[in-house]
Design a protein around this ligand. Sequence first.
Ligand code: SF4
Length: 323
Amino acid sequence: MEWKRVKAELLAIGRVALKGEDCRRFISRSTAGPTAGGEGSVFFSVGDRRVRLSVDPASPLVLHHEGGGKAVISGPGREPLRGMLEVPGLHCPRQAYITLSERCIFSCRYCTVPRLHGRVKCPDEVLEKVKGVLDRVDAVSITSGVAESVPREEAQVLDVVRRVAPLGKPVGVSVYPTPRTPDLLHDLGVAEVKWNLEAATPALFAVMCPGLDYDLMWQALRRSVEIFGEGAVCSNVIIGLGETDAEMTKCITDLTGAGVIPVLRPLLPAAELAAWHRPSADRLLRLLGIQEQALRDAGLDPRRVRTMCTACTGCDLTPGRDT
Ligand code: SF4
């Protein structure tokens, strides 16, 4: 079976039960995004392809760890899939991906971060963490909730970037921006940015992300393409928030037409959407085909991205890397 089909089927389930040898050193615990605060997740790779699966003892998928990272994933009606568990850098393999504020004043309906009231890391702590993994990562990526206010968060992020940029790795940043954030980050030498549209339409965004500004995200995306260049700007869009394929197609082509690489993220049902469903493997593959074509038409290549989700690929089907 082709890898993209295998990965689509794994992503459609999204969870795995762990069996066999001790897996603790392979488990990554998220402090940002919908998986924050759960039992953690593992990165399973086959050659240079990778998928991230949340740890859930009740999952129909079972990962049997044979030791030394060697593992086999099996499940009802599935061919056993042999691969390797990867040791995360910070959050994901080969990157120091840091969450500054593990809390948020906003309350996006699919996100658990606002419920966790986590901590806020200080810039010195971040620098030490990054230095601690520098020899086994290719990039430094920064994300954050909004602990107090958007301008204050921006100031914190800039402070961190000033400290990690001299370490010599490409730096990527994905936070909730102000209109001036792209220029400020660019001036500090940040390589890539990711401003997340999250929902395929403004109407869905208004329902899912109350208090956030869809137009501001577009403004930040457009300005970022002007200064960082086409293909150095990404945007997460969640599949499964109630959008149609036609609406998602328009969102994808709007983004690629503007020089932005879409990151199509299957919904992880959590927080207020805990009873919702993951999108099916067939839908993921259908939208992957549309995304591939749109990227080709726009001359954009996700394989050139060096930071954040497009470089990691754990949670999504990524054209060029998974195909
Ligand atoms: S794809 Fe993004 S959110 Fe998912 S594990 Fe990788 S870096 Fe984290």
